[in-house]
Design a protein around this ligand. Structure first.
Ligand SMILES: Nc1ncnc2c1ncn2[C@@H]1O[C@H](COP(=O)(O)OP(=O)(O)O)[C@@H](O)[C@H]1O
Ligand SMILES: [Mg+2]
Length: 393
C-alpha cells in the first residue's frame, strides 16, 4: 500500500468488534437458535419454546422456564465478554456449561434487533432490556427468559445476501433444535413456524427421544452401546449394519451434552463398522460420550462444534471398542428375556439375520482393564496427538 494512504492504527469501535465476532458465530438464523438454546439449557430450563417467522430471518423468539437473569444484570447479558459461567482459567479448563465465551448475545445484538425479557424467583415482575438501550423496563412474564431476535442481518446487509430460502433456513433451525433435544431428553421443546407447530417434544427418557429423532428404521435395527471405564462412558445406540444409509445424515455424537463433529469420534465409529459395512454405506448412530471436562477442550472454535481431546487415541480406542462390542451383541445366544416380547425394549432387538461374528469381546475386556489401570493421560505430549485421521469417514 502507498505510504501516504496508510491510516493510523486505531482501536476498533465496540459495535464493529461485535460485528466481526458475529461473523464467526452468527452465520444464519440457525446459529442464533443454537446460541439461544444453549443459554436456556445452561439456565436449567425444562421447557423451551421456539417461535420462528420467515425461516427465522424475520423473527426468532426463544422462551424458557430457566433461572432467569436478575434485573441489574440484564444490560450485561448484551455486553461483550460478560458471562455468569466462568470466572477463571481453571473454570475454563473444566467448563461444564454449554456457553462460556460471553459473546453470543452481544454478537447477535450487533447484527439484529434483540430484546431480553426475564424474571427470576422472588421478583414481582419480569424486566425487559433492548439491544442499544440502557433502559430497563418492567414487563409481564413468568419466571424464566424470553429472547427475541428480529430482522437478522438488517444491520449488515452484505451478510443478509448469503442467506438461503426461508425453507432452507427453517430446516437448519430445526436441525439445531433436534440436536439440542437429542442431548437433553428431560427438556420439553416446541417449535412453531408462522404459528404452525413444527415440532413438539415432551420430556421423555433418552431412548424415546433418540428414537423420535432418528430415522424410523433405526428403531428396529439398532444395538445398545454402553461402556464405561475410568470415569469415561459412552452410551447410546448404533444402527445394525443392515440398516445403513447412502448418506451420513443420521450420525449424532454428543460430548458432555454438546453435539460435536469430531473426526476422531467419527473415525472411531467408522472403524468399528469396518468389517461389516463396505463401500460408501453410512451407519446410523446416536452416541453420547461423557468425559471429565478437563480431558476435553471445547474452546477450539467459537461455535464449539469442534472439540480436542487431551488423549485422543484413548478416546478413539474406547469408542471404537464400545461400538464393536455393541455390534457383536448379536452373536451372543438369545437370552429368554430378549426373546420374550413382554421384555422388549431392552434397548436393542436381536434378529437372526443380523448375527455376525466380530470376535472383539476379548479386546474390549483388555482395553477396559487398561483404561481402568491407567491414570488420566498427561496432555501436550507429542505422543498424545491423534494420528492425522482422514475426514469423510
Ligand atoms: N436464557 C437465559 N437464561 C438465563 N440467563 C441467560 C439466558 N441467556 C443468557 N443469559 C445470561 O447472559 C449471559 C451472556 O450470554 P451469552 O452472550 O450467550 O454468553 P455465555 O452463554 O457464553 O455466557 C450468560 O452468561 C447468562 O448469564
Ligand atoms: Mg451463550
Amino acid at each position: 500500500m502507498n505510504a501516504t494512504l496508510r491510516r493510523a492504527i486505531r482501536p476498533l469501535a465496540d459495535a464493529l468488534i461485535s460485528q466481526i465476532a458475529a461473523g464467526e458465530v452468527v452465520e444464519r438464523p440457525a446459529s442464533v437458535v443454537k446460541e439461544l438454546l444453549e443459554n436456556s439449557l445452561d439456565a436449567g430450563a425444562t421447557q423451551i419454546d421456539i417461535k420462528l417467522e420467515a425461516g427465522g430471518i424475520k423473527r426468532i423468539v426463544v422462551s424458557d422456564n430457566g433461572a432467569g437473569i436478575p434485573r441489574d444484570e440484564l444490560p450485561l447479558a448484551l455486553t461483550r465478554h460478560t458471562t455468569s459461567k466462568i470466572a477463571s482459567l481453571e473454570e475454563l479448563e473444566g467448563v461444564e456449561s454449554l456457553g462460556f465465551r460471553g459473546e453470543a448475545l452481544a454478537s447477535i445484538a450487533s447484527v439484529a434487533d434483540v430484546s431480553i425479557t426475564s424474571r427470576v424467583t422472588g421478583s414481582d415482575s419480569a424486566f425487559c432490556v433492548r439491544g442499544g438501550s440502557d433502559e430497563i423496563e418492567p414487563a409481564a412474564g413468568s419466571i424464566g427468559t424470553r429472547i427475541e431476535v428480529a430482522d437478522l442481518f438488517h444491520k449488515t446487509p452484505a451478510r443478509r445476501k448469503f442467506l438461503r430460502s426461508e425453507a432452507t433456513e427453517l430446516a437448519h433451525c430445526l436441525t439445531q433444535v433436534e440436536r439440542a433435544a437429542a442431548a437433553h431428553s428431560s427438556v420439553a421443546f416446541t417449535v412453531t413456524h408462522q404459528g404452525r407447530t413444527m415440532l413438539a417434544l415432551p420430556a421423555q427418557p433418552p431412548r424415546e427421544r433418540a428414537l423420535r429423532l432418528m430415522p424410523e428404521e433405526f428403531a428396529v435395527a439398532r444395538r445398545e452401546v454402553q461402556q464405561s471405564a475410568a470415569g469415561t462412558s459412552v452410551h447410546g445406540w448404533a444402527g445394525a449394519p443392515t440398516a445403513s444409509r447412502a448418506r451420513a445424515d443420521a450420525q449424532y455424537f454428543f460430548v458432555n451434552g454438546r453435539y460435536v463433529r469430531d473426526k476422531v469420534l467419527t473415525h472411531a465409529v467408522r472403524a468399528a463398522y469396518a468389517d461389516v459395512l463396505h463401500g460408501a454405506s453410512q451407519p446410523m448412530y446416536c452416541l453420547y460420550l461423557t468425559i471429565d471436562p478437563k480431558r476435553v477442550d471445547v474452546n477450539v472454535h467459537p461455535t464449539k462444534i469442534e472439540v480436542r481431546f487431551r488423549d485422543s487415541s484413548s478416546v478413539h480406542q474406547f469408542v471404537m471398542h464400545a461400538v464393536q462390542a455393541a455390534l457383536a451383541q448379536s452373536v451372543r445366544p438369545l437370552q429368554p428375556s430378549t426373546i420374550n416380547p413382554q421384555a422388549a425394549d431392552t434397548g436393542y432387538r436381536l434378529t437372526p439375520t443380523h448375527q455376525t461374528s466380530f470376535g472383539v469381546a476379548q479386546t474390549v475386556a483388555n482395553y477396559l482393564a487398561l483404561l481402568a489401570e491407567r491414570p488420566a493421560p498427561i496432555a501436550n505430549g507429542a505422543s498424545d496427538e491423534a494420528p492425522d485421521l482422514p475426514l469423510g469417514f
